[in-house]
Write a protein that binds this ligand. Structure first.
Ligand code: PCA
Length: 246
C-alpha cells in the first residue's frame, strides 16, 4: 500500500494503522423475519451484508469526517411481532450500546427506498402478527407523545442516494402495523438515552430486472444501506441543520 504524502512531502500512514487513535462508532441495523411470503427479504439481507462487508469508508479520503472512524455494524433479525419484535431489538441495544440504530422493514408496493419521517403512537390493524396477535386500534404508549421524528439526517441521505442513483422518497409514516410500532418504541428508547440516534427505513422488494414501478436490485439496496450508515455517522459526529429535512 502506497503511503499518501502531505503537501510538504512527508508520508502519512493510513488511518487504519492507527487503531489506537481511531474513533469508534457502533451501529445496529435491524431487519424483519420473512414477511408475507416474500422469499428474499431485503430487510434481512441488507443488514447482514453491511455487518459482513462494512460500510465502505475510505481511510485515505481525509476530506471525509469518517476517514479515521471505525464503524462497527451489528445486524439483528427480529420477528414480525408486536411484542417480541421490539423486545428482541431492545435486548440487542442494551447489549451492544450503539451510537446509531437503523431499523429496516419491507414495503412490498414500493419502487424505491422510503425514508420514514416519523413514528406514530398508534397500532391499528386487523391483520394478525407472527404470533397471531391482532392488537385492534390502540395507542402504543398511553403516556407517550403522539409521534417522534426520526433521528436520521434525511436530507443528507437523499443527497447520498442521488449521487448513487438510488430512487428514494420521504414517507410520512411507516403505517400502523409492526414496523411503525417498532419504530415508535425505538425512538422512545433513544429519547430516554439522549445519546443514541434512531430511525427507520422501508426497503422495496428485490427486483433484479430494472422495473419502473417495483423494487430495486439487491446491489442497489446494499449500496443504499451503506449510504444510510455513512450519512448517519457523519451527522452523529458533526450535526448540522443542512443535513436534516423532515
Ligand atoms: N413490514 C411490515 C412488518 C414487517 C415488515 O417488513 C410493516 O409494514 O409493518
Amino acid at each position: 500500500m502506497a503511503a499518501r504524502r502531505t503537501r510538504n512531502g512527508h508520508p502519512v500512514r493510513r488511518a487504519r494503522l492507527h487503531w489506537g487513535r481511531m474513533k469508534q462508532l457502533t451501529v445496529v441495523i435491524s431487519g424483519f423475519d420473512p414477511y408475507e411470503g416474500v422469499s428474499v427479504n431485503p430487510s434481512l439481507v441488507v443488514p447482514d451484508a453491511l455487518a459482513n462487508e462494512g460500510v465502505g469508508v475510505d481511510p485515505d479520503n481525509i476530506e471525509d469526517p469518517l476517514h479515521d472512524v471505525a464503524i462497527d455494524v451489528h445486524a439483528v433479525h427480529v420477528p414480525v411481532s408486536f411484542r417480541n419484535g421490539w423486545a428482541k431489538l431492545r435486548d440487542t441495544l442494551e447489549d451492544v450500546q450503539p451510537n446509531i440504530v437503523i431499523a429496516t422493514g419491507l414495503k412490498r408496493a414500493s419502487r424505491g427506498i422510503l425514508l420514514e419521517r416519523c413514528a406514530i403512537n398508534l397500532k391499528d390493524t386487523t391483520r394478525p402478527d407472527a404470533e397471531n396477535v391482532i392488537p385492534g386500534r390502540r395507542v402504543i404508549n398511553e403516556d407517550g407523545p403522539a409521534a417522534y421524528w426520526t433521528g436520521l439526517p434525511l436530507r443528507a441521505i437523499l443527497n447520498a442516494f442521488a449521487k448513487d442513483n438510488i430512487p428514494a422518497t420521504l414517507s410520512s409514516d411507516a403505517g400502523t402495523y409492526v414496523c411503525n410500532a417498532l419504530f415508535y418504541q425505538l425512538q422512545e428508547w433513544a429519547a430516554q438515552r439522549g445519546d443514541t440516534m434512531g430511525g427507520f427505513v422501508n426497503l422495496p422488494p428485490v427486483n433484479e430486472q430494472p422495473h419502473p414501478q417495483h423494487g430495486l436490485s439487491l446491489r442497489q439496496q446494499v449500496q443504499a444501506g451503506k449510504d444510510l450508515v455513512r450519512s448517519a455517522a457523519r451527522y452523529y459526529l458533526q450535526p448540522t441543520s443542512k443535513d436534516i429535512l423532515l
